[in-house]
Structure formats: C-alpha cells, structure tokens
Design a protein around this ligand. Structure first.
Ligand code: HPA
Ligand code: ZN
Length: 326
C-alpha cells in the first residue's frame, strides 16, 4: 500500500490533545446559539479567519475566549464526544485527553460540571464509539501555584477516573520547578504526571532537566529540543519516557514542524509519537499530523509504523491492554 494509505489505516493512540482545542467553529457557533451567547464572529468563515497565529501567546489569546461558549455539563459532553467521534474515524484506538479546568472555573463554571460532562463522554466512548478514552487534568502554568493546588484538591475525589495531570499554557517565565510540590502531591494521590516543555528559546533545556531529574515525570509533551542535550536524552531513552510531538502546531508556534528533531528522537530509540494538540486551530487531527511529518521528513513505512507503535507504548494503559492494542 502507499504511505498515505498506511497512515490512514494504522491504529494509533492520541496522547496530546487539548479538548478545548478541538472546539471546531461549527460547534462553537452551535453552543453559542444554544446558550444565548453573542459572539463577535457569527459565521464559520469569520471564526476561521481569527485562527492566525505566529506564537503560543497569539494562539492562547484566541483559544481562551472561545471557551466562553462551554457552560453546561452537556456542552462538555458534546465537546468530548465530537472529538472522540472524529478520532475513532481516524482509527485512533485510545485517547488520553487534556482539559483545562481553571479556564472554566475562573469564569464561574463549577469544576464538577466540567469533569462530569467530560466523564459522561469518556465512559460512553468504548461501547458507543469503539475508542478507549481517559482524561488528563492540566494546570495552567500562567496562573498562581495556589490555584493549581486548589484545582488538585478539587480533583482528588476523581483520582482513578482522571488518569493524570499535566501543565500547559504560557511557558515563558513559568518553569516546571514552580509546580514541583503540586506534582508531588498529585503523584502521591495516584495521578500520572506529564508537562509541556515546549518553548523554543533560552531556558527550555533547563525546563527539560527539571521535568526529568527533579520532577521525574512519566511523559513529556513536545520536548523535542532535548536533542540539544544528549545526556538528558540518554536518560529519557533509558527510562522509556514518551515524547508527544505535535508537528502542525509547532509549525505555527515555532515556525517549523521540528521534523529533524522528531526524527532524531525516533532514531535514538526514544518513544516519540505524533499527536493533534489543538486540531480545530492548527489544521489537523492526529493522522493529518502524521501525514505532514511523513512528507516533511521523508519517512519510510517502517518509521510510520514505529511512531504508531510508540504511541501505544508511551500511553498509560495497563501493559496487558497495550499488548492487545499492538
Ligand atoms: N501549548 C501550551 N498550552 C496549550 C496548548 C499548547 O499548544 N494548547 C492548549 N494549551
Ligand atoms: Zn499541547
């Protein structure tokens, strides 16, 4: 078969998708109408015209205001169900999905409304949609640490139903070390740990060092510039740490897909995989990301198969379940 057909058909696992980043313009407008919210944009074309980004900050400035349309438990159910339906249609067999509770609680939506709505979708996904689904709660690193602590406390009753915690939003001046105590408490409560380690500027290698050596995360989101620190990369490979690459969003936020770095990780034996990130904003879901990387890096069929295999091996599924997926 052609490489394009292989990319389409391969089973894969999504490990880096922000549910709020799957809010397609059609759903945004539908939820606004349902909730009686007047938006500055009233057509799909107008919404899409706002999706012009040249940095993480310029993306976040569009991403957060759009969330205002998400208000009820049913809205959060509809958001996650729409994503899981699209993912299942791409032969994604499992999705460990980020959500940003502080982006909702900070505007008055109760934590329980967000989580219960998302869990309604998660629990229905295997039977109704043929996809396994899990949630990863992300703390917003540009909010105070005390707010992350409060959010973790609210999440404690859901330990076991929320699989892990992550760290996202604007990384500049918000190093992982600031959140070390929150993450230690989350680990003690049974949550898996991951963090975005992303920005393409001075200081990022120190962030990678903190997440690997000090916090000892279970996975790293982005993180491809670890190729500039061979000693850290060796530790990551030895630990079997997953790296969740997102080529299309990198293309907007850092002006390049980071294809050479992703290939270097793959060749070094790191468990790097390809993901959607914010697919409603950056032009593609998991398989469009895989196709774009395959084209940019001239990947072989064996490379593409290895990336898909890595996506399951870097997942937090029980090992016997991983064996079934593969
Ligand atoms: N980077 C950082 N924070 C985010 C992103 C991202 O791509 N998407 C949603 N929150
Ligand atoms: Zn992300």
């Amino acid at each position: 078969p052609s490489l394009a057909a292989l990319v389409t058909d391969l089973p894969a696992c999504e490990l880096h998708v922000h549910l709020e980043g799957t809010l397609e313009p059609e759903l945004l407008l539908g939820l606004a109408a349902r909730n009686g919210i007047e938006l500055p944009t009233t057509t799909v074309e107008e919404v899409r015209a706002t999706h012009v980004f040249d940095s993480l900050a310029s993306f976040l400035a569009v991403y957060y205001p759009a969330m205002e349309v998400l208000q009820t438990r049913r809205d959060f159910f509809d958001l996650a169900t729409a994503y899981l339906t699209r993912a299942a249609a791409q032969n994604v067999r499992r999705a460990e999905m980020f959500f940003d509770p502080q982006a909702h609680t900070s505007r008055g939506v109760p934590f329980e409304v967000v989580v219960e709505g998302l869990l309604d979708a998660v629990e229905r996904a295997p039977g109704e949609l043929g996809i396994d689904a899990e949630l990863i709660l992300c703390f917003l690193r540009d909010h105070p640490v005390a707010s992350a602590e409060e959010t973790l406390t609210a999440a404690l009753p859901y330990a076991g139903r929320i699989l892990g915690v992550g760290l996202d939003s604007d990384e500049r001046d918000h190093p992982p070390a600031d959140f070390a105590a929150v993450f230690a408490r989350a680990r003690a409560a049974g949550f898996k740990l991951t963090m975005h380690c992303d920005i393409d500027q001075q200081g990022t290698l120190e962030h990678l060092r903190q997440v690997i050596e000090d916090i000892a995360v279970d996975r790293i989101d982005h993180g491809s510039n670890i190729v500039d620190a061979p000693d850290l990369l060796a530790v990551a490979v030895q630990r079997g740490l997953g790296f969740t690459a997102c080529p299309l969003s990198n293309g907007f936020v850092t002006e390049q897909m980071k294809a050479p770095e992703i290939v270097t990780l793959l060749r070094a034996g790191a468990k790097v995989c390809v993901n959607g990130d914010d697919p409603a904003y950056f032009g593609g879901y998991l398989k469009e990301n895989l196709a774009a990387l395959a084209a940019a890096a001239d990947l072989s069929a064996a490379d593409v198969v290895q990336l898909a295999r890595n996506s399951f091996e870097a997942s937090w599924a029980p090992s016997e379940r991983i064996a079934e997926y593969l």
